[in-house]
Design a protein around this ligand. Structure first.
Ligand SMILES: N[C@@H](CCC(=O)N[C@@H](CS)C(=O)NCC(=O)O)C(=O)O
Length: 218
């Protein structure tokens, strides 16, 4: 039997507000490890500790998750996902074009989709009482909708972005989930079924259940 000491360890927050449960970004890492068939351990940290040394040496922005395995320490979910996926053909195909397409979608999720989607989440949740957020909400929503339409066009009638499921879908699906307080994705004729397809994967179900279970006692 392999020692649990060799398992990857995900550092994540001990407690989060209700709106964040099920979308804390450690979900990306849990899901990738589940898809790769790897067990893992979780290390819990208080929010205040994330803003102090020694945690800031590991995660310069004081955020979660942080990932470690023997000989490797990684911050940023994109880098963590690439690392896990590079050892898992189910997440990153070996064919050179298929592989780089999947990697492109990881970056697209993080760089072309997440900023506009997170801005709408910020306007609706974090800054909802600020006048500037209320004044700019319509434009913020339109920017997110524009990106969603581009995504839907790229997906077309395929089940997944590059045909079969990859780490690119994993990243994009977790970004789309940030909008679960709206119906922009769930009511979309292309993106709604796409997200549901990703969320029906057994590996996703195990990952999200594990995150929800962690916060169930609060
Ligand atoms: N770009 C980072 C973002 C990480 C992130 O936003 N983490 C959130 C939790 S989902 C966090 O730590 N929030 C608490 C804070 O920023 O103080 C990544 O993808 O790893």
């Amino acid at each position: 039997m392999r020692s649990r000491m060799s398992e990857p360890v995900i550092t994540t927050l001990r407690a989060v507000p209700p709106f964040a449960r099920g979308v804390v970004r450690d979900l990306r890492v849990r899901w990738a490890l589940e898809e790769a068939g790897r067990s893992y351990r979780v290390k819990l940290i208080d929010h205040a500790e994330t803003k102090q040394q020694p945690y800031l040496d590991d995660q310069p922005f004081g955020q979660v998750p942080f990932y470690e395995e023997p000989g490797i320490r990684i911050f940023e979910t994109g880098a963590i996902l690439l690392h896990i996926a590079s050892g898992s053909p189910g997440l990153l195909p070996s064919d050179p074009q298929a592989r780089i397409d999947a990697i492109s979608w990881i970056f697209a999720g993080l760089n072309s989709l997440e900023p506009t989607i997170q801005s709408l989440m910020n306007a609706d949740i974090f800054f909802r009482k600020k006048e500037w957020a209320q004044l700019s909400r319509e434009d913020t929503e339109q920017m997110a909708k524009d990106r969603l339409e581009r995504l839907a066009t790229a997906l077309g009638d395929k089940d997944y972005l590059t045909g079969s499921f990859t780490a690119g879908d994993l990243m994009v699906a977790t970004v789309l989930r940030i909008l679960r307080h709206t119906d922009l994705v769930t009511s979309h004729p292309v993106l709604g079924p796409y997200l549901a397809r990703c969320e029906a994967r057994p590996a996703f179900c195990r990952a999200v259940d594990a995150q929800m279970e962690l916060y169930a006692q609060d």
